[in-house]
Design a binder for this molecule. Structure first.
Ligand code: CP
Length: 317
């Protein structure tokens, strides 16, 4: 594997999960692969899990790691071509990318949607420039439209916890006070559509995701109906995708918060969320603290998904 930006880059998902479970059993078995190799992790946006889990995965593989927060300590970067740089941005991405490529063997990039221009976001302008100009393998640590390391960890977690071959997995929109990207729900939908699970998405009217991600998933506007018989509830907020409300919060109705009463409609479902989560907006304290909440093992699997991705890229260097 050269680059990792979406589910297709991983190939056969059953084999990828099998490999992940093997790596999880013995995470230091491939330490030789990363000897004298350097990972550069570049953050245009904040992170807790992605930062720590990816760095840990790289260290498990024997790599050296450099972490750069682009907005803290580096020159402010211009990302648009053709602009007169007479503002506060001192360096252009088109010089910065190949320079950074010289100092490492693999680059991980986190660059969220800016919600300024839907086309720019959905063309993955930042991530694709890294692929084009760095001369290095590039992997997404959450881009404008997808968060594949998260979705891979989610899939590993479902495979570990599922009690039937074809579980019912429900992704539910839940309220949040700020506009959040569609990357996690897009990506989760994309990955679930690659499995043979029963996959349902529930959200209020106006929160329809891009059809290229939802595919043939069942869309159910009645959250309670969606929850009936579910084996996994995957809660997430996202801002509106459809025009004219792209990137906007159009609903904060707390009747969509995941609570114990709604969980009682399920097949004793496990509760999942990628974290960070706003308690009592997305999910009640009672549900997230319940024995059926698997948000912590889900986050722990971020180390494993990152390690499989780095391992495959290193094997191909
Ligand atoms: N789930 C996730 O990507 O967490 P961070 O934003 O903290 O990295």
């Amino acid at each position: 594997m050269r680059h990792f930006t979406n589910v297709k880059d991983l190939g056969n998902l059953k084999e990828a999960v099998k490999e992940a479970l093997e790596v999880k059993k013995n995470r230091f078995a491939y330490k030789h692969l990363g000897k004298d190799k350097t990972l550069l992790m570049l953050f245009f946006n904040s992170s807790l899990r992605t930062r720590l889990s990816t760095q840990k995965a790289a260290m498990n593989l024997g790599m050296n790691v450099i972490v750069l927060d682009v907005n803290q300590g580096a020159w402010k970067l211009e990302t648009e071509r053709g602009v007169v740089m007479d503002g506060d941005k001192s360096e252009h991405l088109l010089e910065a990318i190949p320079v950074m490529g010289n100092y490492c063997d693999i680059i991980g990039v986190r660059a969220f949607a800016k919600f300024e221009n839907k086309e720019d976001d959905y063309q993955e302008k930042i991530l694709s420039q890294f692929i084009q100009y760095s001369g290095r393998p590039v992997f997404s640590m959450e881009a404008a439209t997808r968060h594949p390391l998260q979705s891979f960890a989610d899939l590993i977690t479902i495979e570990e916890y599922k009690q039937k071959e074809r579980p019912k997995v429900v992704m539910s929109w839940a309220p949040h006070p700020r506009a959040l990207p569609q990357a996690v729900p897009n990506s989760f939908a994309e990955w679930m559509n690659e499995t043979d699970y029963e996959f349902v998405i529930t959200h209020p009217e106006g929160y329809e995701l891009a059809p290229q991600f939802t595919g043939n998933a069942r869309i159910e506007y009645d959250q309670r109906k969606a929850f009936e018989g579910a084996d996994f509830i995957y809660a997430k907020n996202w801002a509106a995708y459809a025009d004219p409300n792209y990137g906007k919060v159009i609903n904060t109705d707390r009747r969509w918060t995941v609570d114990a009463e709604k969980m009682a409609l399920t097949n004793n479902a496990y509760f999942m969320h990628c974290l960070p989560v706003r308690r009592n907006m997305i999910v009640t304290d009672e549900v997230i603290e319940s024995p059926r909440s698997i948000v912590i093992p889900e986050a722990a699997n971020r180390e494993i998904s990152a390690q499989v991705v780095l391992k495959r890229i290193l094997e191909n260097l």
